[in-house]
Design a protein around this ligand. Structure first.
Ligand code: ADP
Ligand code: MG
Length: 326
């Protein structure tokens, strides 16, 4: 640990020294070649995980020192000008990384929308096509029953009861997969519908307290629904909980949603590290939220169970969009 800290300090010191020396060289008339090295320094800063603020503050320190060592006003003016060019070159890798990040978020959002369309399609075909097939089976059974004497019809009635059960479940699952209430009434009623089904199936009380009446753009509501859906699935699958509480509220233009259980808990840090990763659910939740400008915090311990906290600023581009719901 100590040697790791030492290595970082050394790396930091080398970077600072090289930055100051390169800036000096450029100010003394180093030209394009030195500017190319400024760009490389910017790339290195990103690789060494320096924030833009750290880089600018290092620039400020180096410039101040050079400024005080300048011999006259003319060289000070020249130094200021040169340092501006130097800094812009140095931060341009940050600009490119930022653009790359925006492209990635855009691609992610598109992928999400495609997946949602696919889910919609599957939900409708489960509902409609499987429903129609079941109607055909009912008719065929009725035909068979007609050809049988009354006393032999009992097994057919039993099969019909089972088919009715299958139909009920298919209906429920297809609605939960893509609830029409999500489009019609919003994510909170959709979450209530989902929780009601899960609660019955898993025999798990789910308490909901939601103080959000605002409708949000369709992509945002779908993302929130999917995140809560995965959180509830995880609770049923992993937590062995006795209760789940879902709360949603808006404060200071920020939407908050908490999904808490009193179950077994888990080591959230270990599970989310690249080596201890188990499934994709938690990653997908984070990515869905990040695509709409939100965040996810996970607190979990063996004694207190698990709490997922969603935070979504309402003034963001995605949330405030006046686009039609899709
Ligand atoms: N509510 C929870 N209670 C206990 N453990 C959980 C809970 N949510 C997630 N976990 C743990 O985190 C792991 C990763 O979850 P996730 O990424 O959704 O993947 P998966 O559900 O496919 O395993 C789970 O395997 C489980 O060990
Ligand atoms: Mg999961």
């Amino acid at each position: 640990m100590k040697s790791e800290v030492g290595r970082k300090d050394k790396q930091q010191f080398e970077f600072e020294t090289e930055y100051a020396a390169t800036l000096r060289e450029y100010a003394l008339g180093g030209g394009e070649a030195v500017l190319g090295r400024a760009y490389e320094l910017g790339r290195r800063a990103i690789a060494e995980r320096k924030s833009l603020l750290e880089l600018v503050s290092l620039h400020h320190e180096s410039l101040t020192e050079l400024f005080h060592n300048s011999v006259d006003r003319r060289s000070q003016t020249h130094l200021i000008r040169a340092s501006c060019d130097f800094l812009s070159e140095c931060v341009s890798p940050y600009e490119m990384a930022q653009r790359g990040f925006q492209d990635a978020v855009r691609a992610l959002r598109q992928l999400n929308e495609t997946l949602e369309e696919e889910i919609k399609r599957i939900a409708y075909s489960v509902h409609d096509e499987a429903g129609q097939l079941l109607v055909a089976v009912h008719l065929a059974l009725a035909n068979v029953a007609q050809g049988l004497p009354q006393e032999q019809r009992a097994p057919i009635a039993q099969i019909e009861d089972l088919l009715n059960e299958v139909e009920k479940h298919l209906r429920r699952y297809s609605h939960e997969l893509r609830p029409t209430i999500l489009d019609d009434l919003g994510w909170i009623p959709a979450v209530r519908f989902l929780a009601e089904g899960i609660s019955k199936r898993a025999n798990l009380p789910i308490h909901i307290e939601a103080k959000v009446s605002e409708r949000l753009p369709g992509t945002v509501e779908t993302a929130l629904y999917r995140v809560v859906q995965e959180a509830l699935t995880n609770t049923v699958k992993h937590a062995k909980a006795k209760n789940v509480w879902i709360r949603a509220w808006i404060k200071d233009q920020v939407l908050h949603c908490s999904i808490r259980d009193d179950g077994a808990g888990f080591d959230a840090q270990a599970v989310q590290s690249s080596t201890g990763r188990k499934g994709l659910g938690l990653i997908a939740m984070r990515e869905r939220l990040s695509a709409i400008g939100g965040n996810l915090w996970i607190e979990s311990s063996q004694r207190r169970g698990t709490e997922l906290q969603i935070r979504l600023p309402m003034e963001g581009d995605h949330v405030n969009s006046s686009r039609a719901r899709g």
